[in-house]
Ligand binder design. Sequence first.
Ligand SMILES: Cc1cc2nc3c(=O)[nH]c(=O)nc-3n(C[C@H](O)[C@H](O)[C@H](O)COP(=O)(O)OP(=O)(O)OC[C@H]3O[C@@H](n4cnc5c(N)ncnc54)[C@H](O)[C@@H]3O)c2cc1C
Length: 337
Amino acid sequence: MTIERDYSLAAVNYLRLDVKASFFVVADSIDAIRSALQFAHSRKLPVLLLGDGSNVVFTDDYPGLVLKISTKGIKLMWNESTAIVEAAAGEHWQDLVAYTLENELYGLENLSLIPGSVGAAPVQNIGAYGAELKDVLHDLRVLDRQSLSEKTLTREACGFGYRDSIFKGKDKDRYVVTSIRLKLARQSRLLTGYGAVERELQNMRVTEVTGKAIAEAVTRIRRERLPDPSVEANVGSFFKNPHIPVEQYRLLRLKYPDMPGYKERDKVKLSAAWLIDQCGLKGRNCGDAVISPRHSLVLVNKGSAKPDDFLKLKDIIQSRVHEHYGLDLEVEPYLVN
Ligand SMILES: Cc1cc2nc3c(=O)[nH]c(=O)nc-3n(C[C@H](O)[C@H](O)[C@H](O)COP(=O)(O)OP(=O)(O)OC[C@H]3O[C@@H](n4cnc5c(N)ncnc54)[C@H](O)[C@@H]3O)c2cc1C
């Protein structure tokens, strides 16, 4: 295990913020993860787990150990009508999606092209185009960061919600997710009801809607709508879409008849991008931190933005949306303090 000191994190976070970690380790086995945690315990260092760095915002140098998980391996096991696919935490999510599609297994197609690692996927219960990880997760393995012992958590034990789980909530900083197991169908169970996906399938003149066709439609939509993080440094949606009570939505609609809202169980999901747009903030910047002119939910590093530039821009957006609509936008990525 190589322990780097005063390591620049610019290449391992999607915002390309040039901050430093006091210590940095890449762990490619569970034993290496244990050793790194023991090293941090012995020096009483805080530990930040890192996957691909696509959902973290560093607010300063990190005065501890950044532990990048890079364990690999995907395994396919069959039972009667379903397949169980097990993937190590350090696999790239998109490689897992591609693997399942190659094996004609269904369930991940709507989650195509989401950046990041497999191990981070349960942390915020990744979701897109009507699907969420929790819909297909069977269980997962974790390593307890204190006792260093491993155990299995069922899907129910993970406390999944909208971009939420116990790993962000009550058990934050308790576990390393080391692998996940998905239960996928051999037969397609396709979610095409999401408007944009349906329209794209029509544009593609698809006659037979397969998992691969949906993955292709989702990939096209994402490429069209979202700034490419390899060209414009970003962490995807910077804010969660607010979920508000139906009555509150009804009252807001009386004042703002164009305000879009999507009924989800007993709440209405609003579009955070729409709220930001309506406040006239598209394109607004603080230094090199800019609200993407392509998508108002995405904040981009134009070159040499500092953590403070993003924090200032975040504050401006939150206060303007609050002043206009009385709504509080919650940050989606992990702000590392
Ligand atoms: C262009 C773009 C588009 C995106 N689109 C979507 C989208 O459609 N839907 C969506 O849900 N998300 C989206 N995201 C967010 C991001 O892709 C996901 O949150 C992804 O799961 C993060 O993976 P990561 O490996 O990069 O995590 P990181 O950024 O490295 O870490 C994220 C959090 O997970 C923790 N963590 C990482 N690995 C582990 C582990 N093994 N065990 C425990 N904790 C761990 C970290 O400590 C941190 O708190 C998008 C991001 C970008 C840049």
